[in-house]
Design a protein around this ligand. Structure first.
Ligand code: PLP
Length: 433
């Protein structure tokens, strides 16, 4: 029989002893005891497995403690795709971030402080939306663009028909198809036209007593070119049924750099009864579904039972209002940045980290303006840098094109340039190319 006291496993410190280590004090406060305990148990397991010395357990815990309770990692977007669904679409403005912090506590989100009675939920955000789109008789906010569409389709066309052009039956990403979404409300789709062409007469022929609404959908993530025709909203009013326009991107007014992108104001002026859009695309705000339109129609949607299930939380309302009332949100600043400024930043960055300052082309992304190329600039690095950047301690998502890794500066806020340079320098050490 061996001497059990020699077994290093007997020297693994007890959980309570490790938790009493003064260095864990701050983590106990920020992460909570249960989370810290998990890390301690993992370190004890490693010691029992002989992977670390029993005396090193506390050091191992200190070294492996997560910094925050959430597992989300911040990412620098150097893809040149301004709106990237996989990394959370629009980054919020500092005004919106401040509003989130404030709204996280208890606020007058649904209380009238003067009377002490219930107030209109999200009155501030709704007021900001109404002010931003004066042509809208009513405004409402739902969880996202899809929710706004579901609400409209349910309230106007459940058990009835939605007339929609075949070329506007789009897939919005990750396998989600608009037609399936619409049919899930109990509405039936009445497709008109062909993939590439549809005329006013096609709509007029299809509209009948069973029609709940006509739906126009902006093909926001692809372009059809060649022998094509679609029917603008202005030509669909007067057919006797509500016209709903899903513009997708959330532009509230025309944007000079994106002349082909529909906007809420123009669609309402053209006669749309209802316009739906996303909050986290070109508007540059939080995930939300925006509804603008005829006052009675919007009131009907707002009072529909489904509206309660699609209701946005206080954080969304706060961030949305601050986006609308505050300074230009990052997405808009990125869109409107002067390419000469991007070139100057690229030269400075290349001077710091190596690589070559290059011209390149950025894009708005799946959230809008398909096919539009935005003149941009960045730094070209060896192709191996892309993976090293992505897997670094401060992850950067870059673009791989023509056998090289391009760090596109149009999607990087200028104040992040120093951070980007540090991340590139570290990545080039790991993958010198
Ligand atoms: C993005 C988009 C949607 C879906 O909006 P979400 O906010 O992602 O739910 C619907 N329709 C169009 C045209 C879109 O571009």
């Amino acid at each position: 029989m061996g001497d059990v006291s020699d077994d290093p496993r007997r020297r693994v410190p007890r959980t309570d002893a490790v938790l009493a280590d003064a260095r864990l004090g701050p983590a106990l406060a920020t992460l909570g005891r249960a989370r810290v305990k998990e890390v301690v148990v993992a370190a004890q397991d490693r010691a029992r497995a002989g992977e670390i010395a029993p005396e090193a357990v506390a050091d191992e815990v200190v070294a492996t403690l997560p910094l925050t309770s959430a597992t989300l990692r911040p990412i620098l977007n150097a893809t040149g795709v301004l709106l990237h669904t996989n990394i959370g679409r629009a980054p919020l403005s500092s005004a919106a971030r401040d509003a989130l912090d404030l709204a996280a506590g208890t606020t007058d989100v649904e209380l009238d402080l003067a009377t002490g009675g219930r107030g209109r939920r999200g009155a501030g955000a709704l007021g900001a939306l109404a002010a931003a789109v004066p042509d809208a008789g009513g405004v409402h906010v739902a969880n996202n663009g899809a929710a706004a569409l579901i609400l409209a389709a349910t309230a106007l066309a459940s058990g009835r028909e939605i007339v929609i052009a075949r070329g506007e039956m789009v897939e919005i990403g990750d396998g989600f198809r608009l037609p399936d979404l619409l049919e899930s409300t109990g509405a039936r789709l009445r497709e008109v036209g062909t993939t590439n062409r549809v005329h006013r007469a096609d709509y007029a022929d299809a509209v009948g007593p069973d029609t709940g609404m006509i739906l126009k959908v902006h093909p926001s993530n692809f372009v059809v070119t060649g022998f094509t025709s679609s029917v603008p909203v202005a030509d669909l009013v007067g057919l006797g049924v509500p016209v709903v326009s899903d513009i997708g991107s959330g532009l509230l007014a025309p944007h000079p750099l994106l002349p082909a992108e529909p906007d809420a104001t123009s669609e309402l002026r053209a006669g749309a009864d209802l316009v739906t859009a996303s909050g986290d695309k070109l508007l540059g705000g939080p995930q939300a579904g925006l509804l603008f339109g005829d006052a009675d129609l919007v009131h009907r949607l707002r009072r529909h039972p489904l509206a309660r299930a699609l209701r946005v939380d206080k954080l969304t309302l706060a961030a949305l209002e601050a986006t609308l009332r505050g300074p230009l949100p990052p997405v808009r600043a990125m869109l409107e940045a002067d390419v000469e400024d991007l070139r100057a930043r690229a030269v400075v960055l290349a001077g710091k980290v190596g690589g070559i300052a290059v011209d390149c082309a950025a894009q708005v992304g799946g959230g809008g303006a398909p096919g539009v190329e935005l003149a941009s600039a960045g730094v070209a690095l060896p192709v191996e840098a892309a993976e090293a950047l992505r897997t670094g301690t401060d992850p950067v998502l870059a673009r791989v094109e023509q056998g090289r890794c391009v760090v596109d500066l149009r999607s990087v806020p200028p104040e992040a340039d120093a951070r980007l340079a540090d991340a590139i320098a570290l990545a080039l050490v790991r993958a010198p190319g």
